[in-house]
Design a protein around this ligand. Sequence first.
Ligand SMILES: NC(=O)c1ccc[n+]([C@@H]2O[C@H](COP(=O)([O-])OP(=O)(O)OC[C@H]3O[C@@H](n4cnc5c(N)ncnc54)[C@H](OP(=O)(O)O)[C@@H]3O)[C@@H](O)[C@H]2O)c1
Length: 352
Amino acid sequence: MKQLRLSIIGFGTVGQGLAELLFGKEALLKQDYGLDVKLVSVANSRHGFIYRENGLDISMLLELAAARRPLTEHPGVSHWDNALEGLRATGGDVLAEATGTNLRDAEPGVSHIRTALSQGMHVVTANKGPAALYAQELFALAQAHGVQLRLESTVMAGTPVISTLREGMAGAQVQAMRGILNGTTNYILSAMAAGRDYTDVLTEAQAQGYAEADPTADVEGYDAVAKTLILAALVFGRSLRPEQVARQGITHITREQMQQAREQGKRIKLVASLRLLQEPAAGANTQTAPLEARVEPMALPENDPLARVDGVINAIAIQSDTLPEVTVIGPGAGRLQTGQGLLSDLIAIARK
Ligand SMILES: NC(=O)c1ccc[n+]([C@@H]2O[C@H](COP(=O)([O-])OP(=O)(O)OC[C@H]3O[C@@H](n4cnc5c(N)ncnc54)[C@H](OP(=O)(O)O)[C@@H]3O)[C@@H](O)[C@H]2O)c1
């Protein structure tokens, strides 16, 4: 039985989703994967970092979090006010980083990840900020310390996009990809295609928890830009800056434009795309060919696989030299759906 000592920093929707999966799947992980995951530390911003050498009681932590009671009420724990200090003092085998995304400087997540990698811990993360802004640096740091950094849940939550690209499609030269990578905007556009107004649908999406109170990151395309940057780094080995992605959101789209598209047999979708502008010679390094990166509303013909993806569901269509088009469709958000991405990364680490 392989034991992994896990630290979860960021114990909100996603951190708790991972904890719930670890609790519910404890027997499966042991039986099917020979894996015993011991959660030794957890942190949030309100209560700081708690650690217990012999492992924390996950169901108790979930109850405390649900009641918004201090995590320090867990018996027998050591406590640090600050997650970084706690992590430095205690360590572990794997850090699951699930603090909020910050696309300006990626803090506090990037400091948590740098610290963990530098002290020889593997890292799995759902946090888009560090992955979008610092992927290359962090992969180099992981390599220098002989550990893994895995990012499955940063793009389309637990739907296996990154593992499909990096492992399932290993050896294929990816030439282009197009995706619906933001559930909020797809929910809004799908409802508008059925005749609703932008403002009405946004208000409804906010009431249902599909859209943030400040929806700018979604509706102006910044969230899709972040995922485009992550894919550019992982698939094409490029460190693009956000301003190198041509970006247009969906706020200017009218009900009339949606109807007109429908009459022409088309569906308007917010499409994130990456495309090599020159086809590399067989076997040539794709990292030198010019790469176009865009996030914009596009009218797609109804027979396009992306046109039929509605609601909060996400999808990505990948073109490569050996597989003309592979389309992956699935959830792009959610507590357990995103926790699943972290869990699969954790299992992948244990397998190696
Ligand atoms: N939710 C999804 O469906 C989804 C899908 C894909 C990716 N993601 C990404 O996953 C990450 C987590 O999302 P979420 O929905 O779980 O967010 P969330 O519910 O807001 O949780 C964020 C957690 O981070 C904690 N935190 C913030 N600053 C901290 C610090 N300095 N030290 C320790 N903990 C800190 C917060 O503490 P408090 O509890 O004290 O506020 C909270 O527990 C984000 O980067 C998000 O973009 C989310």
